[in-house]
Design a protein around this ligand. Structure first.
Ligand SMILES: [Ca+2]
Length: 461
């Protein structure tokens, strides 16, 4: 009896620590900052001023990078749209969620209910959540954003070229509001502006509560378009005009955060879903596009839908004045999957225990307190493992036949040192056989993991 009383008394005292009358406002803000993810489509590593583009002007993104950290070895999980996007929102390589191909206007597939998106996690912490732009994780069978943690959606649910003459379909390309198509034909000239307008309005409407804003632009995916006021401004032609429109949009979002007094407590991220579409199909060009409407991967080799860094490595800019010191640039490796774990950890979201995650919390790294937690990265394309990067070393194999790797896939291997040779031109495999062996081993082990996940998925409903 006495002991029970003592315990109760101690519990009571513990709950009455000085200053504990409810949670302090600053403390609450620190645990629930606002999040904004700005995500371009097919924007290349070399398309921004701060990543070395000599022609296209991106003053807002350049300034955003100056005020935070700019990563020069930042990777997407796959060099194509839908898989890259599902990995961003779930923190997992796409083979785990089974979303391994690009979805089209007539696809029935999409993100599964068993996935746990950033938006779903943040909903448990009282966030308002919105997406304005390109979802590309399905639009039939309860796969739209509002079934996966987002309160509101406005945008084209897939790519802006998914209509005749570029893609054969009877489904008109439309803008959707939540779960319904509401407008077609779409005037693509104003897409970026309309998404921006929605974003600004959402920020203002939610200035008094935590919010997560996901702004995946449809641009600069071909066909590139922008409005009259942006046309002819860039020496980089229409493509340059389109990138400068996105830069304007980023400026509007940042300006709004400042005007509403949210600047210090908002974590803003800018990236792209994959590299430039350098080998756009001839029908794209035949219908009025130009080959140079694809962006630029800068000094990197390859482009979208290839296993080279030009497809996988993208701009990664992180700005959070209250937390991330300004003026940082880092060549350490990180991935879009790390964004997931960083946001979930910061807000102390309880993650489902039955899912395997591939991202790491990179906040201490972004804050300049530690190195990047990402040790290695696997290059996977259309279900096939194509390579691995570990430190400066990238081993590339030729896995083109059966989905799983075979002995013959290791017959044509290349080992690149991305520090010495970011363009993946010089093969070190004969000089560094021990590194080749180690990385081959890791690829083989990871391929087994992929096999076991795919078998598990096939056996579950
Ligand atoms: Ca894309």
């Amino acid at each position: 009896m006495k002991i029970q009383f003592l315990i109760l008394a101690l519990l009571y005292m513990a709950s009455c620590k000085p200053g504990m009358k409810g949670i302090d406002k600053d403390e609450k803000d620190a645990n629930t900052p606002n999040f904004v993810i700005l995500f371009a489509d097919d924007l290349g590593y070399g398309d921004l001023g701060c990543y070395g583009n000599p022609i296209i002007r991106t003053p807002n993104l350049d300034q955003m990078a100056d005020e935070g950290i700019r990563l020069t070895s930042f990777y997407v999980a796959e060099s194509i749209c839908s898989p890259s996007r599902v990995a961003l929102l779930t923190g997992r390589y796409p083979f785990r969620s089974g979303l391994e191909f690009v979805l089209g206007p007539d696809s029935d597939a999409g993100i599964r209910d068993s996935e746990y998106t950033i938006a779903e996690g943040l909903k448990t912490k009282g966030y308002a959540t919105a997406i304005f732009g390109k979802w590309h994780l399905g639009h039939k069978n309860n796969t739209l954003p509002t079934y996966h943690g987002f309160d509101e959606y406005f945008g084209i649910p897939y790519s802006n070229d998914m209509m005749p003459p570029w893609v054969q379909t009877e489904t008109p390309l439309s803008l959707w509001e939540n779960t319904e198509p509401v407008e077609h034909p779409v005037d693509q000239d104003y897409l970026t502006q309309r998404y921006t307008q929605r974003a600004v309005e959402f920020i203002r409407r939610n200035k008094d509560n935590p919010f997560f804003l996901y702004l995946p632009y449809n641009m600069p995916h071909m066909p590139v378009n922008t409005s009259e006021e942006f046309r002819g401004r860039s020496r980089g032609g229409l493509y340059g005009d389109v990138i400068e429109t996105i830069d304007w949009s980023v400026g509007e979002v940042l300006k709004t955060l400042k005007e509403e007094g949210l600047d210090e407590n908002t974590f803003v991220i800018f990236s792209s879903d994959n590299g430039p579409w350098a080998d756009a199909p001839p029908r794209m060009v035949a219908a009025g596009n130009e080959r140079y409407h694809a962006g630029n991967a800068g000094l990197l080799r390859g482009s979208k839908a290839t296993k080279f860094d030009g497809g996988f490595r993208v701009p990664g800019i992180f700005r959070f004045p209250g937390r991330i010191p300004a003026g940082q640039v880092s060549a350490e490796m990180a991935t879009t999957m790390d964004i997931y774990m960083t946001l979930m950890n910061m807000t102390e979201v309880d993650l489902p225990g039955d899912l395997k995650y591939d991202g790491n919390d990179m906040m201490p790294f972004l804050e300049g307190k530690s190195g990047s937690p990402t040790g290695e990265f696997y290059f996977i394309l259309a279900q096939r493992i194509q390579g691995i990067r570990k430190g400066p070393w990238k081993l590339v194999i030729k896995n083109e036949g059966s989905v799983r790797i075979e002995h013959s896939d290791f017959e044509d291997i290349k080992l690149y040192n991305l520090d010495l040779d970011p363009g993946e031109r010089y093969d070190f495999s004969e000089k560094k056989p021990e590194i080749v062996e180690e990385l081959k081993q890791q690829i083989a082990e990871f391929d087994l993991q992929m096999l076991s996940e795919s078998l598990k998925r096939q056996s579950s409903p």
